[in-house]
Design a protein. Structure first.
Lengths: 452, 496
């Protein structure tokens, strides 16, 4: 009734015009035994004011979110979100539109997606990018499925142990129902994938090698060497990304030999929002275009020769191909792709460069200061972007509890993800972390570990 | 005839990459408060890129103008009726947008301490509880990120339960009226699919079902009401047959808005069902996502739900429980599309038990009003009573050389978004209309008048339809050209 415009008189007039006595007559097709005779066992509707009070009350139970300083990354990154993004995506024309099935009245969405595809391709150095996937984890999994389609008679994928643990879990959930084994290779003392172990693991039955860079430990991988090892046995190199901002700093994955770049685009203007909605990025080479999952927008012209954009190559997709489709994916993360587009267009080439420089400067400052605390040391030696692992001279969980009293969430203890890394913690420092906050973290570290 | 709103800007907005060069991004950052260096001070130069060739560099005003101009080329549900059948383009309440932007929710990191995010966890738990009660099922996962993702998750749950019983089985039965995602999801879960032919009323043919039920059948996937809008009158018998075969009954919940508050899948013998929160529960479609596809299940399937699930500690605090040994695992990086889930919770609480029932009643009333008043002009292949949508076709107009696509495109000229066309496949040249409960009588009457005008034009001036649209910004696009010579990124030139 809150969002239903009919007056009683109008409802009556509509029923009369159809020769019906009551709306209930329209539900006679549902067997009587199944029709509810009582209301659903949930509360009656609330007014808008009550609703707002309810949610503000709940938000106060998230108090720490605004009051604590956090150094959390691990697949979700605290970057500044410029106001312009919400200003654009709040327009009804974007957020209350459907998938652009009628291109003549959807050119806004379609051109924006085409521009998204272009900007992401420029960043990844790949030929094509789809209109987006659900999130980083499902995008990487779909990349593996593409590789298996591209390399028939393959039965396994080799995955770096430093791929995000949640991404590896999602991949295992998906492939459990296929004849596809997931083998993990370890990392070396630098924090990068052990190239000797990788070369030994890849064989002719390998569909793909999956390497994340920067990886879960923050280490920047030698992607070119991983690609050479994969290609030597005709396997595809899938480069996974969780921190998309790093794409603006490092050599383009396409230049390094990646066949698919798949990952998370949340860093591009999408808030951390307790884990979603985020943005799955998926780019690949032209040769895999017709195996690519998801929607894609292409340029064309109308009958008067005016340039425009349409959803295209839909013969890959489920609504045409049904059981023979390249994926079951249907909708994408359209509005999140728009957020990323606005972010990239607004930030621009020079802004992205400064963003990367600030992340590098702050993360390196933080690591240097933390490592000056007696007993604290870097776990790995590889170059890093804005995340790094430190070994602590004590229990990371006890340290985290101590920091809580100082209103700091220091980082992610790795023990839960990697038994054996019991004293290690993953820190993330971005442009939003101020020097005073970093110094407070360092002071807390010094104080906790100086205690007897 | 009706004069509909148009807000299209007349100029052609260039691509971001074609804007005048020489501008400088307005994006700035606070001065670095730590020792400042260049990128090469931190990383080996060999790892770094020099440039991002072709990447835009624009001023904030230009960016805002660009996207605002683009936005005027879009139809949207805040502008008017958007009668896409099966898509449920209902109104997206403004309060939900406000609530979803509360900073303490938006800025909650998914790995933040549980004690700092009790509010987020309560949102998830409350929504889970309400969805279970609304559907009459026993458990739910909120993790799937879209409807098709929910389908896949549901199939994985069935497979896990059958494997636990000793045999995952090999086949999934799917009626020919189903959404295309159903077979694709079943295949992605390692099953082969068997298509069931519908009976003369568009429902499941019980004899056909009996013939196909064998020990290899894992489940029957059905959409209720089906894609014709017809409620499966034999659903209880279907459930009995499926269960007697040791198989599961999967309900595609894309059309749940047709009977929410009126009946419950849990009372019908359904074992698994995904819900499209962006359909029934009003969350915005966003030009194609993000959606959310929670999956509700019966007791037997609860142990297999994805990890983590929200659980309560003895002290009353909530936490994310990973200790579920039979779980199929994760299906997404984190806990689902939290921002979408929050909007759905707001919608359910605002409507309540009284409002949700009215949602179904008015969605069905509106669809039947359109059906009643258009059935003299348009051919209705299936005559059975329908709920929230109605599927016509172009048989009455085809003789004049006017086809479904022509009528859809003429609607654009006349200021409406067209219905879903050429789906479901069991009605050739289908015109599938779903008005939802959001539309006023005046808006419905305007649509009905316009459709009748189109039927008249088909008889008297078919060329008007065959050439449509002519009165809006663009005429029809050459989709063959787009597919034959794909231009998927800007390289400085158009299609050759």
């Amino acid at each position: 009734m809150r969002y239903i415009p009919h007056s009683e008189a109008e409802t009556r007039a509509m029923l009369d015009s159809m020769g019906l006595a009551s709306v209930q007559d329209l539900f006679q097709c549902i067997p009587a035994a199944l029709r509810l005779t009582a209301d659903l066992p949930i509360p009656r509707g609330k007014s808008e004011l009550e609703l707002e009070r309810y949610f503000y009350q709940l938000s106060r139970e998230n108090d720490g979110v605004l009051e604590f300083t956090t150094f959390l990354g691990a697949g979700a990154y605290n970057h500044y979100v410029p106001a312009v993004i919400d200003g654009i995506i709040s327009r009804s024309e974007f957020f209350t539109a459907y998938t652009p099935y009628q291109p003549e009245v959807s050119q806004g969405t379609l051109q924006a997606i085409f521009e998204y595809q272009t900007m992401v391709s420029q960043l990844t150095g790949m030929d094509v990018t789809n209109a987006s996937m659900y999130d980083g984890a499902t995008a990487v999994t779909e990349a593996v499925l593409l590789a298996q389609r591209a390399r028939s008679n393959t039965a396994k994928v080799i995955v770096a142990g430093s791929l995000h643990p949640f991404y590896r879990q999602v991949m295992r959930t998906y492939v459990a129902n296929f004849n596809l084994a997931v083998e993990e290779v370890p990392w070396d003392p630098t924090g990068r994938v052990d190239l000797t172990a990788l070369a030994a693991a890849v064989d002719d039955a390998t569909a793909a090698v999956v390497v994340q860079s920067p990886n879960f430990f923050g280490a920047v991988e030698d992607v070119a060497e991983c690609a050479r090892i994969a290609h030597a046995r005709k396997a595809l190199l899938v480069m996974a990304v969780t921190e998309a901002a790093s794409l603006a700093a490092f050599k383009a994955p396409g230049e390094l030999g990646a066949d698919v770049v798949a990952g998370e685009g949340q860093s591009f203007g999408i808030p951390v929002s307790f884990g979603g909605p985020y943005l799955g990025i998926f780019s690949t080479r032209s040769e895999h275009l017709r195996r690519m999952p998801g929607r894609v927008v292409g340029m064309t012209e109308d009958t008067r020769g005016r340039r425009g954009f349409v959803l295209t190559l839909s013969t890959r997709e489920q609504h045409i191909r049904r059981e023979k489709a390249t994926s079951n994916i249907c909708t994408n993360q359209g509005l999140c792709a728009l957020m990323a587009s606005v972010y990239l267009a607004y930030t621009g080439k020079s802004g992205l460069r400064e963003l990367c420089r600030q992340n590098l400067a702050k993360a390196h400052y933080a690591r240097e200061q933390l490592c000056a605390v007696p007993g604290v040391g870097p776990r790995f030696s590889a170059p890093f972007f804005n995340e790094f692992v430190l070994t602590l001279p004590g229990d990371p969980h006890a340290f985290a509890r101590f920091c809580k009293e100082r209103r700091i969430v220091p980082g992610v203890p790795l023990k839960w993800f990697y038994p054996g890394l019991d004293q290690d913690m993953l820190f993330c420092v971005t442009e939003v972390n101020q020097r005073a906050e970093i110094d407070a973290l360092v002071a807390a570290t010094r104080e906790f570990f100086a205690r007897p | 005839m009706t004069q509909r709103v148009r807000n299209t800007i007349s100029i052609d907005e260039k691509l971001l990459f074609e804007q005048a060069p020489g501008n400088r991004s307005s994006c700035d950052f606070p001065p670095l408060d730590v020792p400042s260096g260049e990128m090469t001070d931190y990383l080996p130069a060999a790892l770094l890129r020099d440039d991002i060739p072709g990447f835009p560099e624009l001023n904030e005003v230009e960016v805002v103008r660009h996207y605002t101009r683009l936005s005027t080329y879009n139809y949207n549900v805040d502008l008017g009726l958007y009668p896409l059948g099966s898509c449920t383009m209902k109104y997206n309440p403004k309060i939900n947008e406000k609530l979803a932007r509360i900073p303490a929710f938006v800025q909650a990191h998914p790995l933040q301490l549980h004690e700092n995010t009790q509010g987020c966890l309560k949102v998830l738990q409350k929504l889970a509880d309400l969805l279970v009660k609304i559907t009459g099922m026993d458990g739910v996962t909120l993790q799937p990120l879209a409807g098709a993702h929910g389908e896949l998750t549901g199939m994985m749950l069935i497979r896990a339960a059958l494997t636990a019983r000793g045999n995952p089985r090999r086949k999934v039965l799917i009626p020919d009226s189903a959404h295309g995602t159903n077979p694709a999801s079943a295949v992605l879960c390692g099953y082969t699919t068997v298509t069931l032919k519908s009976d003369a009323s568009g429902c499941i043919d019980l004899d056909e079902l009996r013939r196909h039920l064998d020990p290899d059948v894992a489940c029957l996937m059905m959409t209720v009401p089906n894609t014709l809008g017809v409620f499966e009158k034999n659903i209880q018998e279907v459930a009995r047959l499926v269960h007697a075969n040791g198989s599961f009954l999967y309900m595609d919940g894309a059309n749940f808005n047709a009977f929410i508050g009126v009946a419950r899948p849990g009372d019908m013998g359904v074992d698994v069902m995904h819900l499209n929160l962006h359909k029934t529960f009003s969350t915005p479609h966003g030009g194609g996502g993000p959606g959310a596809g929670p999956v509700v299940v019966v007791k037997e399937l609860v142990p297999f739900l994805p990890v983590p699930v929200v659980a309560t500690r003895p002290d009353g605090n909530l936490f994310l429980d990973y200790n579920r040994p039979q779980s199929i695992g994760r299906v997404a990086a984190f806990y689902g599309n939290f921002g979408v889930l929050l909007r759905a919770l707001a919608y359910i609480l605002r409507e309540g038990s009284d409002g949700l029932r009215q949602v179904a009643e008015n969605a069905v009333l509106n669809a039947n009003y359109i059906r009643h008043h258009l059935s003299r002009d348009f051919h209705l292949e299936y005559q059975q009573p329908t709920l929230h949508e109605v599927v016509f076709d172009d048989k009455n107009q085809a003789e004049a050389g006017v086809h479904t696509m022509d009528m859809a495109k003429r609607l654009l000229d006349l200021g409406f978004h067209p219905p879903t066309v050429y789906f479901p496949l069991i009605v050739p040249n289908a015109i599938m209309i779903e008005p939802t409960e959001s539309e006023s009588k005046a808006e419905l009457d305007a649509f009905i008048d316009t459709m009748r005008q189109i039927a008249r034009e088909a008889r008297e001036a078919p060329k008007l339809l065959q050439d449509a649209p002519q009165d809006i910004r663009n005429t029809r696009f050459d989709e063959t050209l787009a597919a034959r010579k794909p231009v998927l990124t800007w390289k400085g030139t158009g299609p050759a």
